[in-house]
Design a binder for this molecule. Structure first.
Ligand code: FES
Ligand code: FES
Length: 133
């Protein structure tokens, strides 16, 4: 099967691979794909205006998962958290031209984005509670 060149670009030269040191401005999402056992970790760093200034990932998985995560981090960077919440796996799958059997790889990326945002929000709420205590 011929892979779309965008998948190959992101797979062979993934963007934003790495880890951010945990802190109150960091959200970390760690998700797994039941369909194949792949694991993806995605992190965002959010500034005081709610803007995502950095995003990175590590994936133990197939090429489409790596390409999806790579594209997801490039989409996330510069977006507000509320905009980031709207990123859908269809957007990722369409951009990369993922074949139907690989759609769950882009869902993994969407799940990872959601988990990272949730983590960031729960940290922020905890901080607020502390400030108001
Ligand atoms: Fe094995 Fe995705 S199915 S790496
Ligand atoms: Fe399972 Fe890609 S994440 S095959």
């Amino acid at each position: 099967m011929a892979y779309n060149t965008k998948i190959l670009q992101h797979y062979e030269n993934p963007q934003n691979v790495g880890t951010l040191e945990d802190g109150p401005d960091i959200g970390t999402g760690m998700v797994g794909a039941p369909a194949c056992g792949d694991v993806m970790k995605l992190q965002i760093q959010v500034d005081e205006n709610g803007k995502i200034v950095r995003a990175c990932f590590k994936a133990f998985g197939c090429g489409s998962a790596i390409a999806s995560a790579s594209y997801a981090t490039s989409l996330l960077t510069g977006k507000n958290v509320s905009e980031a919440e709207k990123i859908s796996n269809t957007e990722i799958a369409n951009e990369l031209g993922l074949p139907p059997v690989k759609l769950h790889c882009s869902m993994l990326a969407q799940d990872a984005i959601e988990a990272a945002i949730q983590d960031f929000k729960s940290k922020k709420n905890k901080l607020k509670d502390l400030e108001n205590a």
